[in-house]
Design a protein around this ligand. Structure first.
Ligand SMILES: Nc1nc2c(c(=O)[nH]1)N[C@H]1C(S)=C(S)[C@@H](COP(=O)(O)OP(=O)(O)OC[C@H]3O[C@@H](n4cnc5c(=O)[nH]c(N)nc54)[C@H](O)[C@@H]3O)O[C@H]1N2
Ligand SMILES: Nc1nc2c(c(=O)[nH]1)N[C@H]1C(S)=C(S)[C@@H](COP(=O)(O)OP(=O)(O)OC[C@H]3O[C@@H](n4cnc5c(=O)[nH]c(N)nc54)[C@H](O)[C@@H]3O)O[C@H]1N2
Ligand code: SF4
Ligand SMILES: [Mo]
Length: 755
């Protein structure tokens, strides 16, 4: 007999504020409002600039024009890129802003307010004991920074976020490693680290094995744990085209995201924009954190239907017997009760996959930000392999990456997991052996700082404070570090709350379309973009290119031997070194002359030969997750426990935010009017006598948020959704041990009425 959770899917109840389709006319309205506004000409200039879009990793833009994708197709710029540009072309933060606003006031700013302050245009410092940030000279910055980075290398660290250039990333890691530090924390630690961990073991590569060209040949896409209409809008065009050609799309997501049901794309103004295009042929809504069970179920159903590609498994994989054994011995009862999806639905998914010739399996944070994130990636990739879907055009595994150049940061070696080949290449460059300590990834960095083990930190972009769970712990931890240097384009809550013990310095940098020289970046599909030089609108500002600051600092700290840091100020020279040290990047050596953007060599796998030592893909079994939630009493809420509800909370992005930066307060596609909302199932609300728009307290293991508005939505019973960074104050998050990634998508919380 099948067991599922008390109520049956679909969980598709919407509220009065949710539109009928994702995308659609509001996108055009936004475009029109912004591109026809007084700042319109500046937006157009940037849209037409030959550089990669700032926003997501889909990689639109570059040498063939701002609207072109990697296959040379036009009209691929989405409104998310306008959102990002609009924020970057703001006027500067006013000259006297920091003199007139004490730090106590700055700490009250919301993420939205901090971003609206404008662009940073001169460097500032907050000194211990001082109540205000003050302007600081470059001489003093270098003198403080040099002293800070000459300290014990094990107590020196960096954090980075993937919007800078490959050149800056390469210099950052080279500087840190030449110093003797491997403390290269990066935002990818909080993001796709489980994907890189699992993919390197399975396929010998850390990134997608599918190119955009190859995706176009798929006749089925499985999209798990990704809200692509919002976070990778141009991926939607590919799904629409695949379906137009008779292909299928399977979505796996506890939330029925409207844009994954139906999406109106401006790229197809007549047939799609207003009526919307159907996206999901099958929409599965598992319990958060249970995807492993669902994928084992699909494998089991494929076996039952005689659709396992045994010939492929025998010839091109290792460890497959144990995978089939696991699928065979795990009972349907266990599978369906763990994931909450019925056997019939799982079998339907298997039938679609089994009958398709070429399937791409794609995923994002719903799979990685889990306590078993690495197992999730193993299990989706195992499903690809047992169905013979890897090593050919139109098929394979595709992590849908985050920031626009986060993958480039990884390729350049900004990671605590330094690959042996790169280590050897760096050793050749330095003329000595590199025996570095393990290094702190992002969570370890916070823990080390909390334990007083970090003296100096440089942050190349990002918002280390806002991105981490347990905001109060992050604040205290950063407060133990003597010197923190933030390099940033715009102020964010991290600059005001992540304060160092002695000196907190904020350095204004140029963004990608303003840099005075060419840079490169790498998309999630392994394509390298060349970004033309540009100019900033901040004419009287005192900004610095990232590469210039990092190489000058390296020069002051390390001298000119064995690396000629001053020569490295020329990004063209950095590209020469990248070409000779970074695998697959040879073509970057001539990119300044040829302007030829390229796919990184040996990343895309279209033949069944993988980059593992044996040439075979390696498979790993995946234990079922333990999804037990604490009880209400465990939260120590006394009497309140009697009328409360424990939920698995998914935390993520609203429609109008980019990570910790909020562009617009509400999320119109989920009908959530402001930031302090919880999206939940009506049946859950009724269990504790709540009605829509009632106010509740949401409490985790580290704190609580009050006055949270209940919004009914198409989310699975037992689960709920809230927005980060605000929600990060209430929970500590367990960390996946192999990747270091926090389980942001399954946070145990208790909710109860504020009345
Ligand atoms: N506009 C915009 N674009 C962005 C970003 C942005 O903030 N704004 N951020 C960039 C970055 S750094 C990243 S990493 C990506 C993030 O892109 P996504 O991963 O798409 O973003 P999230 O909001 O984290 O949402 C992930 C989805 O996972 C689902 N989910 C939650 N738990 C589970 C689960 O247990 N199983 C499954 N199957 N699904 C689950 C949620 O319902 C949600 O739809 O986007 C990038 N692009
Ligand atoms: N609860 C919860 N927490 C999460 C997540 C979640 O889903 N739920 N997602 C996690 C994920 S996937 C990620 S990637 C992290 C994101 O974490 P981060 O990458 O650390 O944060 P961002 O908000 O992307 O950083 C934005 C800041 O980068 C700076 N910036 C922008 N462009 C540039 C540039 O060109 N150069 C420089 N130097 N600075 C620039 C600006 O000052 C801007 O304010 O958050 C993580 N935290
Ligand atoms: S899909 Fe991503 S890369 Fe392409 S335009 Fe939109 S935000 Fe930019
Ligand atoms: Mo991310």
């Amino acid at each position: 007999m099948e067991t599922t959770s008390p109520s049956q899917p679909p969980f598709d109840e919407t509220n009065e504020d949710t539109p009928e389709i994702g995308g659609g006319l509001p996108i055009i309205k936004y475009w029109a409002e912004h591109t026809l506004s007084p700042e319109g000409p500046k937006i157009w200039k940037t849209l037409l600039h030959h550089s990669a879009c700032l926003s997501c990793s889909w990689g639109t833009g570059g040498q063939k024009g701002g609207f072109t994708n990697e296959e040379g197709e036009k009209l691929q710029r989405c409104m998310k890129s306008v959102e990002a540009i609009t924020a970057e072309i703001q006027p500067p933060v006013s000259k006297h802003f920091f003199d007139t606003n004490p730090i106590a006031r700055l700490q009250q700013l919301t993420s939205y307010e901090a971003d609206r302050l404008g662009r940073l245009s001169f460097p500032v410092i907050l000194r211990a004991g001082s109540s205000h940030f003050q302007r600081i000279s470059w001489d003093e910055i270098y003198s403080i920074a040099t002293a800070a980075f000459k300290l014990d290398p094990e107590r020196v660290a960096s954090y980075s976020s993937g919007r800078g250039s490959n050149e800056a990333a390469f210099v950052l890691q080279l500087m840190m490693r030449t110093l003797g530090s491997n403390n290269l924390a990066d935002c990818s630690d909080l993001c796709h680290a489980p994907s890189t961990t699992a993919l390197s073991e399975m396929f010998g590569t850390k990134t997608s094995i599918v190119s955009l060209e190859s995706l176009k040949e798929a006749d089925c896409v499985v999209l798990a744990g990704a809200n692509s209409p919002s976070n990778h809008p141009r991926l939607m065009n590919e799904l629409i085209k695949i379906r137009d050609n008779g292909g299928k799309v399977i979505v796996i997501n506890p939330v029925m995201e409207i844009g994954l049901v139906k999406f109106g794309s401006p790229a197809f103004p007549v047939k799609s924009l207003v009526p919307g295009s159907k996206i999901a042929d099958l929409y599965l809504q598992p319990i958060p954190g249970s995807d492993v069970a669902l994928f084992i179920g699909i494998q089991k159903a494929l076996m039952g239907q005689g659709r396992i590609d045994r010939e492929f498994l025998q010839a091109h994989t290792e460890g497959w017997e144990a995978i089939l054994e696991q699928a065979h011995t795990t009972s349907w009862e266990t599978i369906t009760s763990t994931c909450g999806v019925s056997q019939t639905e799982i079998e339907s998914a298997a039938t679609i996959i089994g009958m398709s010739k070429r399937v791409v399996f794609a995923w994002a944070m719903g799979l990685t930000q889990q306590l078993n994130g690495v197992d999730n990636v193993y299990s989706i990739a195992n499903t690809a392999l047992v169905s013979g879907n890897a090593g050919k055009m139109g098929a394979g595994v595709m992590p849908v990456r985050g920031h626009s150049n986060v993958q480039g940061f990884g390729s350049m070696g900004v990671t605590v997991k330094l690959k042996e080949e790169l280590k050897q290449a760096l050793e050749r460059l330095l003329g000595r052996s590199l025996n570095l300590p393990t290094g702190y990834h992002t969570r370890d960095l916070i823990e080390a700082a909390a334990a007083g083990k970090v003296d100096s930190l440089i942050c190349v972009g990002g918002n280390l404070y806002g991105a981490n769970p347990n905001s109060n712990q992050a604040k205290q931890a950063l407060g133990n570090i003597d010197t923190i240097i933030y390099m940033a384009t715009k102020p964010n809550i991290g600059h005001f709350n992540g304060l160092a013990k002695t000196n907190t310095i904020i350095i204004p940098v140029f963004n990608r379309f303003e840099n005075p020289y060419k840079t490169t970046s790498e998309s999630g599909n392994n394509f390298v973009r060349l970004n033309d030089a540009g100019e900033t609108h901040l004419k009287s500002g005192d900004l610095i290119p990232e590469v210039e600051f990092l190489t000058k600092l390296a020069h002051y700290v390390l001298g000119e031997e064995p690396i000629q840091w001053r020569k490295m100020q020329d990004p063209q020279y950095i590209r020469q070194i990248i070409a000779s040290t970074i695998e697959g990047y040879q073509k970057i050596a001539t990119i300044d002359d040829t302007k030829e953007e390229f796919t990184i060599a040996d990343r895309i796998v279209t033949k069944p030969h993988f980059k593992t030592p044996s040439g075979k893909a390696k498979m790993f079994t995946t234990p079922l997750p333990d999804l037990t939630l604490p009880t209400a009493q465990d939260f120590n809420i006394g009497e309140r426990a009697n009328n409360s509800l424990v939920l698995a909370l998914m935390t993520g992005r609203s429609y109008s935010q980019h990570n910790t930066v909020v562009y617009k307060i509400g999320d119109m596609y989920r009908g959530m009017p402001h930031r302090n909302c919880i999206l939940m199932n009506r049946l859950d609300a009724e269990k504790i006598d709540l009605a829509a728009h009632d106010r509740v307290t949401v409490q985790g293991d580290a704190g609580k948020l009050k006055d949270v508005e209940v919004i009914y939505g198409s989310v699975r019973e037992g689960a709920a959704l809230m927005f980060y960074p605000e929600v990060n104050v209430i929970f500590t998050a367990q960390t996946e041990t192999r990747s270091g990634t926090p389980a942001y998508k399954r946070v145990p919380v208790v909710i109860y009425s504020d009345k």
